[in-house]
Design a protein around this ligand. Structure first.
Ligand code: ADP
Ligand code: MG
Length: 691
């Protein structure tokens, strides 16, 4: 049971002033449904603005507050296509365009009547030979309203939310924070000079307070380590069932290739684990294209040979289907029965699958999270394989584990090569097999860095590529720290490319309806569409081997690990692949180094290590581009710096108190239990109840 003192944090966000069903929608999109979530929704960064009167005095890319008078409204020629622009002048008569995409145009009409002076806060950029502010952050009738905004938090938003709204909600949430007992080890707490929990949250919303951020990151790491240690302790108590395969099914496999040394080694490691009574908890790490699927198949066949079923869980519908097709084809000679279950299966089809699982006629089930549902019962589940493990929380893994008569063995797979130092944080106490050798004959991806200015050449290159019947990806940049603006930019790019490529181009991004996304993806995967324009949603394992060109706009803004993942979408077939990294004119030193490294190597593990190096100091805020969702507060640098202490702290707390009545009996233990609930790692606590 959740400690009562936390109750005020776990009330619905609707309890806050001004939050009704309408506002809940965008909040839900960000996962902000309770007061707690709002308090922990920290600014990504802070904007420091300068007040100016004269556009001439503004540098490109500068954040300003400036009085401007709208002179003219320019609606797009075709409504819904292209942006809505309001031209506005400063006192000297210099003109600047205020540019709005999508629905924001309606706001512009109301907020910016022609001839009336307004104080505008925003980032001034160049658009052709004009200055422009895309989606001004604030528009006010008088200057005084801006006084508090010279140093303003920037929150991650979703459509329907604004920065002031978000800031208001955060302030309300912060007012409701209870006082909590300290859970950090006292000497550690003192040495670091960190603020108390409540103060740390308040400070982190106010400015770039490194100490507050560190404290909150440490909390998250501590909670994570505690929970993982509890899971491990629980795992030791559980009994699994040893699965000894006799090799009979595997012998029938008729693979068109010989396994690599790394694959053979990994399979042997897995086979060794499966033969034990203790449930396997193993992570298979291997870069995109390293050949994880066949390793998974061999593992599942071992389970089948031992008379048990196996299930493979994929993070998306598309991936589940892809796995299903591949596995079914590969497994055919063995006679193992492979089935697919996703949320889409309905009626008879679904009944049939459920029946087959129950009576044991299905040996291998492939699916999405639909295979978690309570109505899905197995005859005898022996092994669970989880693809793209980082997409799933440990909680889901445990839920699935509970399905077996006895705890099934678990093999998790990830294509995100992470540095050794971080393996512990993300995967806790799992054993690791590494596929550090690519199958032979892979061609290197020809990676080039091209100035974004040469857009016409790039488009011409894409046209030649598509013209010769090949496919290409086009990844749009993360423009600003707002999903809305990113999508606006992607839509603008899509519209431009559509003029040139017509129906050959489709688009996917995070705000499309799932069906629409699937339809577009499907059009691309089947080859009907030649060019796929996307925000970074294509990151997770889509396999379209005939795409051999990848264009990434403003590549210097992406993290290395993410660039590597994106590039991994090409180079999957026999043909030579090209990756064009478009760079802006102004690049940070880090940006330059990132792109140089991308050109130099394709070794995911090396890229992961260097990524960590490059992130080193500087990027304290801005965790968004890291692309790894294991932690919401701690960034990579903090994980590396703070994790060892947090892990030791957790271990001390749990193991040090084993004799005298369990870790929760001390007052610090009680505080730590609150932390687990607060950080939603309470599955750790839940496990303890059984034992
Ligand atoms: P990933 O690790 O990204 O899941 P896959 O399992 O999808 O990689 O494998 C990528 C491609 O490599 C597939 O087409 C697969 O058939 C092929 N492949 C896997 N192992 C080998 C091997 N040992 N030799 C040659 N090709 C292989
Ligand atoms: Mg894969």
């Amino acid at each position: 049971m959740r400690p009562e003192v936390l109750n005020p944090l776990f009330v619905e966000a609707t309890a806050l002033e001004g939050v009704g069903p309408k506002l809940m929608k965008p909040l839900e999109k960000l996962g902000l449904t309770r007061v707690r979530d709002l308090a922990y929704h920290l600014p990504e960064r802070f904007v420091t603005r300068r007040t100016v009167d004269d556009l001439d005095a503004v540098g490109e890319g500068e954040q300003v507050i400036i009085p401007l008078t709208p002179t003219e409204h320019r609606a797009p020629r075709n409504p819904g296509r292209g942006p809505y622009r309001v031209l506005a002048a400063d006192d000297a008569g210099n003109i600047c365009a205020l540019t709005y995409f999508g629905r924001a145009a309606y706001t512009a009409k109301k907020l910016l009547p022609v001839g009336e002076k307004r104080w505008i806060a925003g980032r001034v950029d160049r658009y052709g030979d004009m200055l422009q502010i895309v989606h001004p952050d604030h528009v006010e009738k008088d200057a005084s309203a801006h006084l508090a905004r010279l140093n303003e938090p920037v929150y991650p938003l979703s459509e329907g939310l604004t920065q002031p709204r978000m800031a208001g909600l955060a302030a309300q949430a912060l007012e409701r924070l209870p006082e909590l007992a300290e859970w950090i080890e006292p000497s550690q707490f003192e040495r670091e000079g960190w603020p108390a929990w409540r103060d740390a949250l308040v400070l982190a919303h106010k400015d770039e307070n490194a100490s507050a951020r560190d404290r909150l990151a440490y909390d998250e790491l501590l909670a994570n380590s505690l929970a993982l240690l509890l899971v491990r302790a629980d795992g030791r108590r559980r009994k699994g069932q040893p699965l000894a395969g006799d090799g009979s099914l595997r012998a029938k496999l008729d693979l068109p290739f010989a396994l690599t040394g790394a694959q053979t080694r990994s399979i042997a490691e897995i086979e060794g684990d499966l033969a034990q009574e203790a449930p396997m908890l193993r992570l298979l790490q291997g870069d995109v294209g390293a050949g994880k699927t066949v390793v998974a198949l061999e593992a599942m066949l071992i389970a089948n040979e031992a008379g048990k079923q196996a299930a493979l869980l994929a993070p998306t519908e598309i991936l589940a289907r892809q796995h299903y097709e591949t596995l079914r084809t590969m497994a055919r000679p063995t006679g193992a029965e492979v089935a697919l279950l996703t949320g889409r299966a309905k009626g008879r089809e679904r009944e049939g699958i459920l029946m087959g699982l129950l009576d044991g006629s299905i040996d291998i089930l492939v699916g999405t999270h639909a295979i978690f549902q309570d109505t899905v019962a197995y005859k005898d589940l022996g092994l669970v394989v989880i693809d793209e493990q980082h997409r799933f929380g440990v909680a889901q893994r445990l839920q699935l584990a509970a399905k077996g008569k006895r705890a099934p063995h678990t093999l998790a797979m990830t294509a995100t090569p992470i540095p050794r130092t971080l393996t512990l944080a993300q995967y806790g106490e799992m054993d690791v097999s590494r596929l550090d050798e690519l199958p032979p004959g892979r061609q290197a991806i020809d990676t080039r860095v091209v100035a974004q200015d040469r857009m016409e050449d790039v488009v011409a290159g894409v046209a030649r590529h598509v013209g010769s019947g090949q496919q290409a990806y086009w990844v749009c940049p993360m423009v600003r720290d707002s999903e809305v603006a990113d999508i606006a930019a992607a839509e603008a790019r899509y519209a431009a490319l559509k003029e040139r490529f017509g129906d050959d181009v489709v688009m996917v991004h995070g705000q499309l309806k799932p069906e629409e996304k699937d339809t577009n993806m499907e059009a691309f995967a089947s080859g009907r569409a030649k060019l796929l324009v996307a925000t970074t949603v294509i990151e997770v394992g889509v396999d379209v081997p005939s795409s051999t060109l990848m264009v990434i706009e403003q590549a210097e803004r992406f993290g290395l690990a993410q660039l590597h993942q994106l590039r991994g979408r090409v180079g999957r077939g026999a043909d030579k692949s090209v990756c064009l990294l478009l760079r802006g004119n102004e690049m940070s030193e880090t940006g330059r180094k990132r792109l140089a490294l991308m050109r130099e190597t394709q070794d995911g593990f090396r890229i992961a290590e260097e990524d960590l190096e490059l992130r080193g100091g500087g990027e304290l805020l801005g965790t968004r581009q890291s692309g790894d969702a294991a932690f919401r507060i701690a960034n990579l640098e903090q994980v590396q710096r703070l994790l060892p202490a947090a892990h030791a702290d957790a271990r001390l707390l749990i193991e040090g108190s084993e004799e005298d009545g369990g870790w929760q009996s001390s007052s610090r233990g009680e505080a730590a239990r609150q932390l687990l609930y607060l950080m939603e790692r309470d599955w750790g606590v839940q496990l303890l109840r059984g034992g």
